[in-house]
Ligand binder design. Structure first.
Ligand code: UD2
Length: 310
């Protein structure tokens, strides 16, 4: 039986991945429960090994990683503004912690590591969609940290023979995204505002756009990246290939709910990227990426979940 390890497996994306992996093997989760929650694994808790450990602690995580077939490295302190407000922990987790995971995997005989990279690495490119061959232009500590992780993934492959695949996630949304922090993903905050009938705050003019990608599509791609042949050492976009402005999404949500709640507008956020959209051709051709969820369907499912659970 395959043994999978998911760092950050109690988090929003990690826990969706755990559910998919359980159909294919045994799963151990490494999570410090800083931004993740045990409740994210509620109905699968009996089938998962949950280790409360911090990726900054190499000695603690090395024995948990040793001998795994595939490690999915999802643990991170996400958020562009958080990396500006709290650069030290974000650096330590996203760079030092990521190094520790690769190092433990290389020493522990792991076959492959799938690394959660970020679309923020592109920064403000002159053209859209964003293609893997473009020069990265990180605009925030978070973007720089995630990019360093990709470079480490690549050199752990070339220098130490560890198979690695980096996936640049494009604004993932869906059930279990935690809306409780000001650093939470914008769609989780929109959902909360909508259900509480309170105006959301939009930073800037709301015409910035994102390639919002449904969590299940990303989790499926992670599994494909774990097994695709001939892709070790490479990086791929993990997006949907579309883009929507915040103004459009907020108006769509109001229409769906049959309410009128004008948004409040605040100053643009430092480090913010203006437009983001993935070229998915390489992921489709080489990993078999096949996103299934349109924005309408994804938002509908997400809203249903928040209505039920939040
Ligand atoms: C970046 C990455 C994304 C992922 C994420 C992890 C880009 C293009 N995307 O997402 O792939 O790695 O980081 O954190 O770099 N906003 C509001 N009101 C709010 C909250 C946010 O208007 O209450 C705006 C924000 O200014 C931004 C957009 O919504 O323009 C999306 O913000 P986000 O924090 O959800 O994600 P983002 O794009 O920084």
């Amino acid at each position: 039986m395959k043994r999978y390890v998911v760092t950050g497996g109690a988090g929003f994306i990690g826990s969706a991945l755990v559910r998919i992996l359980l159909e294919d093997g045994s799963v151990a989760v490494i999570d410090n429960l800083l931004t993740g929650h045990e409740r994210n694994l509620a109905e699968v808790r009996g089938k998962v090994e949950l280790h409360r450990a911090d990726i900054r602690d190499r000695a603690a995580i090395a024995p948990l990683i040793r001998g795994a077939d595939v490690v999915f490295h999802m643990a991170a302190i996400p958020s562009v503004p958080r990396s500006i407000d709290e650069p030290v922990p974000s650096h330590e987790v996203n760079i030092d912690g990521t190094f520790n995971v690769f190092q433990a995997a290389a020493e522990g005989g792991v076959r492959r590591v799938v690394y959660a990279a970020s679309s923020s690495a592109y920064g403000d490119s002159e053209t859209l969609p964003k293609v893997e061959t473009m020069l990265p232009r990180p605009k925030s500590p978070y973007a720089a940290q995630k990019l360093v992780g990709e470079y480490y993934a690549s050199v752990f492959h070339s220098c130490f023979g560890l198979e690695t695949v980096s996936l640049r996630f494009f604004n993932v949304y869906g059930p279990r995204q935690d809306p409780s922090s000001p650093y939470s993903g914008v769609l989780s905050l929109f959902m909360k505002s909508l259900l509480c009938r309170r105006p959301p705050t939009i930073f800037g003019d709301g015409e910035q756009s994102r390639d919002f990608t449904y969590v299940e599509d990303v989790a499926q791609l992670c599994l494909k990246a774990a097994h695709a042949p001939g892709v070790a050492g490479k990086m791929y976009n993990a997006g949907n290939g579309g883009r929507y402005t915040l103004n459009f999404i907020w108006s769509l949500l109001q229409k769906t709910e049959g309410v009128e709640i004008p948004a409040r507008y605040g100053p643009p956020r430092p480090g913010d990227v203006r437009h983001s959209m993935a070229d998915t051709a390489a992921a489709v051709a080489e990993l078999g990426h096949a996103p299934r969820f349109t924005i309408e369907e994804g938002l509908k499912r997400t809203l249903e979940w928040y209505r039920r659970e939040a």
